[in-house]
Design a binder for this molecule. Structure first.
Ligand code: ADP
Ligand code: MG
Length: 310
């Protein structure tokens, strides 16, 4: 990637709130047209980072360029090329979908004719045409999110920020929204934050794992999985697993963690015989053992010591 191909370049981007370091020296290079995900738990600093990139919050130190415009010195130019669908959606509940979109279009200085055309296109794109004149108050969470994204798209942004677009949605609505987000991929650069691993895995070209304000890993989902752990995890179901037996496993293998009804061993060298050698002398019977591929959950756990579960 040459610099000319970058949509976003952040270097040492930091923000403190009193003693709290919410973003801590974030470096990012995001390519044109890339769907880039910031993945991290609640409080990791995702929204803070995005708000700085959108010029809604000033960095304490460091800076970034968005489409070549410096967020510190040229926020107006940045704002002309970006749009954000914030974590808390900014839609007017008492208006209908059409009115929300039209309002946004008029705010962007579009003529009546342009407003009508753009709103129509976006309702269609987000599968809301049939609900255009229903009050947003009656919309499901998924529909509100789609409308929020449609509103962000009114200005045809070159860079679109989606902050936790599927937060709080049920799994089916979440998947529905993924399809709509997939459909936006192409010319538009998209920065999507999420704490759902499957979401980053399903949608993102590249992922930055962020924890306590720092980028702790960066790459494609495959690179993250390959780089951090052995490609296989062995799952052993065993009854009456004693502390002593777990300790013996930990002495022998690198990644041992307790799961319901057994242990997971993230060590490609762990053969069933070796595992059995640890467990049998300690009176633990193995009921079953199988292997599975590494997931982003494993990557995250290994990097941060935290589990990213709902
Ligand atoms: N305006 C603010 N004032 C004080 N603390 C804040 C403010 N905004 C965010 N924080 C804190 O900064 C940290 C990162 O927050 P945030 O960027 O919202 O995380 P995320 O979006 O990853 O959940 C959290 O500890 C949060 O409480
Ligand atoms: Mg957030």
């Amino acid at each position: 990637m040459t610099n000319g191909d970058l949509a976003i370049e952040a270097s040492g981007l930091s923000r403190t709130f009193g003693a709290l370091v919410a973003a801590d020296g974030v470096d990012l290079s995001i390519g044109q047209g890339e769907l880039f995900s910031l993945l991290g738990p609640n409080g990791a600093g995702k929204t803070t980072t995005i708000r700085m990139l959108c010029c809604l919050l000033r960095p304490t130190s460091g800076t970034a360029k968005v489409k070549g415009h410096d967020i510190r010195t040229d926020p107006l130019s940045v704002k002309r090329v970006i749009a954000i669908s914030p974590q808390e959606t900014a839609i007017a509940e008492h208006l209908n979908a059409w009115e929300n979109l039209s309002l946004m279009a008029r705010l962007h200085g579009m003529t009546k004719q342009e407003t009508k055309q753009r709103s129509g296109e976006l309702l269609e794109m987000m599968s809301l045409t049939g609900r255009a004149t229903d009050r947003v108050k009656k919309f499901s969470g998924g529909m509100k999110r789609r409308l929020s994204i449609a509103m962000a798209l009114v200005s045809k942004p070159q860079v679109l920020f989606l902050d936790e677009p599927t937060l709080g949605l049920d799994p089916q609505s979440r998947r529905g929204l993924w399809e709509h987000i997939e459909g936006l991929k192409g010319d538009t650069t998209i920065v999507l934050t999420t704490h759902y691993l499957e979401e980053a895995d399903a949608l993102a070209d590249r992922i930055a794992v962020i924890d306590e304000g720092k980028v702790v890993a960066l790459g494609t989902s495959e690179e993250l999985k390959a780089g951090v752990l052995d490609a296989q995890v062995t799952i052993v179901e065993a009854e009456n697993l004693t502390d002593d037996a777990v300790e013996a496993l930990r002495q022998r293998f690198s990644e041992v963690r307790l799961i319901a009804g057994g242990v997971e061993i993230g060590d490609a060298d762990a053969s069933l015989d070796d595992i059995s050698d640890c467990l049998r002398p300690r009176g633990v019977a193995i009921q079953s053992a199988h292997r599975r591929r590494v997931t982003l959950d494993d990557v995250f756990l290994q990097l941060t010591g935290k589990q990213l579960r709902e």
